[in-house]
Design a protein. Structure first.
Length: 293
């Protein structure tokens, strides 16, 4: 009977867990819809702004803006976008792993010299690199509590200021790009200096803009705005990916709990049948002993 009680307790525990994972899946699905709407609305604007800036700055020299100046990447800042919470499958682990691979493969010399700095947007990446004694800049764990362009811009402005002061020679962003609820694409993008367009300018089809007040002044205004938009897009992408990954993970956990319940109920029925058979055997044996006397 002790085995039956143990199995009943496990069935009760797994049933409670299944209810929790099912509720978390529903919550993530609702949050995913809002997060997906936000990134889908921003992404065309961000991509168009990036392309337009590349078209305008194609004819400008590197010295036209300090954010275009290529420097030897002696000091590197890596922005790792994760989440504040777990239970999202390999979402956070994959982002951190990608950042670690970037450091070991591309910036190993800077890492050995102690010139790698980290900004963790999300508690999981922040705590990971703090535990490993990296130079973690700032604390952005509260960013997802009120995720909007203004709050993300404060982080971007601090990064831009550090770049202008020479604290960082290059800034890279690691995040999960949202594709759909079941798929997130790990992405590494250079934020600063602003990368030049790799596409060749087609002079035959190049749009001839009338620029006021001047091309230089417009680019000077657009570059800081574009930097802020690109980081904001990365954060929104990661935010939508987080909810997609959590919804998928909770869906699988709910299914696994259902399979485990089937096995536990089968074990319970088998143990109960064995216990009943044992009791009947004892009764029959006892009756037979009495009748023989």
């Amino acid at each position: 009977m002790a085995n039956l009680k143990e199995v009943r307790n496990r069935i009760s525990s797994v049933t409670s867990t299944q209810q929790i994972t099912k509720a978390m899946k529903m919550v993530s699905a609702a949050k995913l819809k809002r997060a997906t709407n936000a990134i889908m609305q921003l992404r065309p604007y961000a991509n168009k702004l990036k392309d337009m800036l590349a078209n305008l700055s194609a004819s400008l020299e590197d010295g036209s803006s300090p954010f275009l100046q290529e420097r030897e990447p002696n000091k590197v800042l890596i922005v790792v976008v994760s989440s504040n919470r777990g239970l999202a499958g390999a979402f956070n682990a994959n982002a951190i792993k990608t950042a670690n691979n970037l450091i070991s493969e591309k910036y190993s010399a800077q890492h050995k010299a102690g010139n790698i700095s980290i900004i963790g947007i999300g508690k999981k990446s922040q705590e990971y690199y703090q535990r490993r004694k990296y130079n973690v800049v700032g604390d952005n764990n509260e960013l997802f509590n009120s995720l909007n362009f203004l709050n993300v811009s404060k982080v971007t402005e601090a990064i831009m200021e550090g770049f202008l002061k020479g604290e960082f020679d290059r800034v890279e962003v690691v995040y999960n790009q949202f594709k759909n609820a079941a798929m997130q694409i790990l992405t590494v993008e250079q934020l600063l200096p602003v990368p030049k367009s790799e596409k060749k300018v087609d002079t035959a089809h190049q749009v001839d803009y009338i620029l006021e007040p001047s091309q230089e002044e417009i680019v000077e205004q657009l570059i800081p705005k574009n930097i802020k938009i690109q980081l904001y897009k990365a954060v929104l992408d990661s935010h939508a990916s987080e909810h997609g990954a959590r919804m998928t993970a909770m869906d699988k956990a709910t299914d696994n709990a259902g399979e485990l319940l089937k096995q536990l109920k089968l074990s319970y029925n088998q143990a109960r049948q064995a216990a009943i058979t044992t009791e009947l055997t004892e009764i029959v044996s006892g009756a037979a002993a009495l009748s023989s006397n």
